[in-house]
Design a protein around this ligand. Structure first.
Ligand code: GTP
Ligand code: MG
Length: 219
């Protein structure tokens, strides 16, 4: 099955008026809340119904930083193992990852290390990662402590937030932090080598709007 058959992106798709485009991915076990997290961020809504993602989906959201218009192309991946070949194909070219687990699900936390290995295997070396312990509104069912999450993030070299898509806790902050990390990385690269931007061998940072990447394109 071709990966593009599983793509059904929504959002401000056709708008080419932006300064930068950042490709972000949300990954983690099935049911940790990836789709809900993106839904909350892009549409400020939440539903308790669980419709497991088939393959991959995306939404587009524009943010502003230092007068620059940054278009976020946010890919929501299926956590189910059977879609792994499709979803890992989208890691290439991603500048940032939100690696999510569910604080009420030990197994999803135990899988973080494996997801981190997937990032190292399939993405650029300088992709930025934020670890998100989702469903922090469910304190009574918590099985992963805040300290365990923070410690693991530290060990893996990731930033860390506990979040709730349901109660809208740290959703915006997680995305904003990831954007900041990517921007920092970009300016770091520019300081050392003006030709280098985000690690893409062919990508050049310019003041003019780059061409819009088509949905389904792996660049
Ligand atoms: P896959 O698509 O299978 O990989 O799952 P997913 O990670 O996209 O999970 P999804 O967003 O579909 O959420 C799974 C279930 O958890 C749904 O019933 C959501 O309503 C619920 N859920 C998601 N986020 C939260 C949260 O922050 N708090 C609570 N209480 N429930 C949540
Ligand atoms: Mg989903």
């Amino acid at each position: 099955m071709a990966a593009t058959q599983d793509v059904k992106g929504k959002g401000e798709g056709g708008d080419q008026n932006f300064d930068y485009m950042f490709k972000l991915l949300i990954i983690g076990n099935s049911s940790v809340g990836k789709t809900s997290f993106l839904f909350r961020y892009a549409d400020d809504a939440f539903t308790s119904a669980f419709v497991s993602t088939v393959g991959i989906d995306f939404k587009v959201k524009t943010v502003y930083k230092n007068d620059k218009r940054i278009k976020l192309q946010i890919w929501d991946t299926a956590g189910q193992e059977r879609y792994r070949t499709i979803t890992t194909a989208y890691y290439r070219g991603a500048m940032g990852f939100i690696l999510m687990y569910d604080i009420t699900n030990e197994e999803s936390f135990g899988a973080v290390q494996d997801w981190s290995t997937q990032i190292k295997t399939y993405s650029w070396d300088n992709a930025q990662v934020v670890l998100a312990g989702n469903k922090c509104d469910m304190e009574e069912e918590r099985v992963v402590s805040v300290d365990s999450g923070r410690l693991l993030a530290e060990q893996l070299g990731f930033e860390f937030f506990e979040t709730s898509a349901k109660d809208n806790i740290n959703v915006k902050q997680t995305f904003e932090r990831l954007v900041d990390l990517i921007c920092d990385k970009m300016s770091e690269s520019l300081d050392t080598d003006p030709a280098v931007t985000t690690g893409a061998p062919t990508a050049k940072l310019t003041d003019s709007a780059p061409p819009l990447q088509q949905p389904g394109c792996n660049c």
